[in-house]
Design a protein around this ligand. Sequence first.
Ligand code: HEC
Length: 227
Amino acid sequence: MTSLRKFVIGIGISFGLPWLLLIVVPAISAQKLTTLSYDKERDGMEGAYPGKGIYRQGQLIYAKEGCTQCHTQMIRPGFAGILDPWKKGWGSDQAETPAQPIRPSTQRDYMFEPYAYLGVQRNGPDLTNAGYRLADKSRLEIHEHLYSPQAVNKWSIMPGFRHLYKVQPIQAAGSPKALKLPAAFAPEKGYEVVPTAEAEELVNYLLSLKKDAPIPGEVVADTAAKK
Ligand code: HEC
């Protein structure tokens, strides 16, 4: 009897302690997080960190489509060196060798997200700051990539999310939103591909991914000047 009791207590501790330390304590600490304000004198900028966060409506599509199976949204601390090749173009500074190191992600970066889509595998590029890279492209180009990644990068292993688009007969001069696709990916003659509302929401979300706001108290002069 005593050995059964020891066994049950032992099992309880083996599962209970990690649950408490790895789930309950971090969850409580995350719920207590508050925004930090910038100090005009110290940081040279005003406002609060984090800012307004991501475009939530589109995040639901991102979750539903399983983009997290291949894309992460977390920059690990080990990758924070300036000369680290992983850092090229990962933040607002898109230069080959960014002037400022791009900072690793912090807990606060995800404050306004009911779920943080950190990702499980990095088969595609990390999307923490994808909004900066995509800003160089037109919405049409972003849609063309989501519809058929191989039309943009032949070697891409990303699947096309064609169900987020509608194939319709071309009326008059055609829709201004119609994707410009290479012949191999284009629909039948007389038809055009246009984004659905879901695809538009997803692109809004991707464009909102800019999680490299400087942390109050750690603002580098250069970054402050740029904002
Ligand atoms: C099977 C893995 C896989 C899935 C699932 C996937 N992607 Fe990708 N993604 C990739 C790969 C690989 C690349 C790089 C090659 C390319 O550009 O196509 C990429 C590139 C991208 C880029 C360009 C990133 C950059 O840095 O410029 C965006 C944006 C993107 N994916 C968004 C998405 C979205 C949104 C979804 C979900 C609807 C998704 N991906 C699902 C593998 C995937």
